[in-house]
Design a binder for this molecule. Structure first.
Ligand code: VG1
Ligand code: CO
Length: 540
């Protein structure tokens, strides 16, 4: 085997964010850019000689180029085997499952998730460890440190036909091109009552699934249409496209508007759902009833025991800090612990590995469980379908019943996108300074009870992650959280998370319930003064 050593010099800014390294395609396409990052991964991550590496992506533009290069580099760096999805495709949860199932030492997931794709759009690389989950901060910090000193990358010559299933050799390393869907579909069948869902479908239950021209299409067609019997055409936009058809593959009320409108129409199907670029997010809309991701986590947790995979009950629930406290109320009722972590799935890994929690979720449309170590869009859809099939109720009825029992957490997230980075940093710095003086301040009808910068101490390994978002808590129980996104590729994105709870008033409109909080967010943080924006770009 001939190993070529290619001299290189470091690039600034190869620091993984909330979920891997994300940059514009033109940044990744520079000579040595992707290679430097991948070599830095291979230089620092733990593995035995001859270890297995999983490689897959969401099918976006530039995927194939990087996958073939990563395979040549893996062979030169002592891996014994690479498992790669056919066509370079693996959804993020499927990649997590493949890592676990085949005992791989880790995986490279090539995705920028919900960010748009194409020559002028976004690309990303994320490393997952042997548990199938995103590398924890200690590992991403070590990778970043390595990118700052790197002086060579290694590769062997070789080509791979990503489209042909089967095994090849690159250098001395085996490359197995695998069916991206089969293992994952089998896992889903082991967790859920497919027979009950099939009976509901035979009885007339209908759904619409928007794959947003992204990676979930083949998974959804196989599972929903072939195995569960939903009508052909149930899966819309089911062919993965390199530019996602020009859309943002972000399943929210802005980018999945067509699905939302279909679900609000008089002839709406019973159930609507969508997933994002890499298949780890989910959007749930019942006939005439939108479910916030925070509520979805709570409702799934309250009913999960109806699915065979969770019949024994839940060990605990974890949610990211900005996610609403709806799940906390369910945990309390179930008598199980509820953990509050920083934003990003990597913080759930230790809790899942230690058996402290079974279900996790984020307000950004991510829900998942201990079946893999990533959030999982289709998993959430199937758990909803299982629950609805067993209970024989509509989404709306289930939601109302839930709120009647637990009260309702009205919730919204306001995003100010592509804000000038200096302005966004100034807003956060000024607000951080003001935190100690906020308690007692009266803003309209609201009084600040407490304010802090969220810091997390991992209960399993004791690691501390500080500066994870600014929290302003009001005496009435309402809350505002401010933080900057760690997944964007242009300027800064300011996220403002708004939450108001009512134990009894469960049938109000969300904007009305949040109006005082929206005014308070402006008064406290000076969003317009700092950013020049008077309204958010995206409300979800
Ligand atoms: C966003 C979400 C976060 C999610 C992350 C990755 O991060 O807020 O909840 O875990 O995206 O999701 P940020 O730092 O931009 O707020 V995905 O579907 O991009 O892998
Ligand atoms: Co995603």
């Amino acid at each position: 085997m001939t190993i070529h050593s290619h001299p290189t010099t470091p690039f600034a800014g190869q620091k993984p964010g909330t979920s891997g390294l994300r940059k514009k395609v033109r940044v990744f396409a520079q000579p040595n850019y992707a290679e430097n990052f991948i070599q830095s991964v291979f230089d620092v991550v733990e593995r035995a000689p001859g270890a297995t590496l999983v490689i897959g992506g969401d099918g976006r533009f530039h995927n194939r180029v990087v996958i073939v290069q990563a395979i040549r580099m893996a062979a030169a760096n002592g891996y014994g085997r690479v498992l790669v999805g056919q066509g370079g495709i693996l959804s993020t949860p499927a990649a997590s499952h493949v890592i676990r199932k085949y005992g791989a030492s880790g995986g490279l997931i090539l995705s920028a998730s919900h960010n748009p794709g194409g020559p002028d759009e976004d690309f990303g690389i994320k490393y997952n460890i042997a548990n199938g989950g995103p590398a924890p901060e200690a590992v991403t910090d070590a990778i970043f440190a390595r990118t700052q000193t790197i002086d060579r990358w290694l590769a062997v010559p070789g080509e791979v036909d990503l489209d042909r299933l089967g095994t090849n050799l690159v250098g001395d390393m085996t490359v197995a091109v695998i069916d991206p869907v089969a293992d994952y579909a089998e896992l889903m069948e082991s967790l859920f009552d497919f027979a009950a869902i099939r009976r509901a479908v035979a009885g007339g239950f209908t759904m619409a699934f928007d794959a947003m021209s992204a990676v979930t299409g083949p998974y959804a067609v196989e599972i929903l249409e072939r195995r569960l019997g939903f009508a052909a055409g149930t899966v819309r936009n089911g062919t993965p496209l390199e530019d996602f058809g020009g859309h943002h593959p972000d399943p929210n009320l802005v980018h999945a508007r067509e699905l939302y409108d279909a679900m609000m129409a008089p002839d709406a199907p019973d159930f609507g759902a969508a997933s994002d670029g890499d298949g780890d997010r989910n959007l749930i809309i019942g006939r005439h009833r939108f479910i916030t991701p925070s509520d979805s986590l709570a409702m799934l947790a309250a009913n999960a025991h109806l699915a065979p995979g969770y019949a024994g009950g839940l060990k605990g629930i974890a949610r990211s800090m900005p996610t609403s406290a709806a799940a906390d109320r369910v945990a309390k009722a179930l008598g199980i612990p509820c953990f509050e972590t920083p934003t990003g799935w990597k913080f759930f890994g230790n809790l899942l590995d230690a058996g402290k929690v079974t279900i996790c979720g984020e307000e950004s449309a991510g829900t998942g469980s201990d079946h893999v170590r990533e959030k999982d869009g289709l998993w959430a859809v199937l758990l909803w379908l299982n629950i609805l099939a067993v209970r024989g109720v509509s989404v709306d009825a289930l939601a109302r019943e839930h709120w009647a029992k637990f009260g309702r957490n009205y919730y919204a997230r306001h995003d100010y996108e592509a804000v000038d980075s200096a302005a966004a940093n100034a807003l956060i710095a000024e607000l951080t300074q003001a935190l100690p003086s906020l308690p007692g301040r009266v803003v309209g009808p609201l009084t600040v009870a407490a304010a802090d910068s969220f810091s997390y101490t991992d209960p399993v390994d004791g690691s501390v992650s500080a500066g994870q978002g600014l929290r302003v808590l009001f005496a009435c129980g309402s809350r505002i959280v401010f933080r900057l996104s760690g997944t964007g590729t242009e300027g800064a994105t300011l996220r403002v998370y708004l939450e108001a709870y009512s134990a009894t008033d469960i049938d109000r409109e969300t904007p009305a319930m949040l109006a005082d909080l929206i005014a308070a967010a402006e008064a406290i943080a000076g969003i317009a003064r700092h950013t020049g924006r008077t309204r958010p770009d995206v409300v979800t």
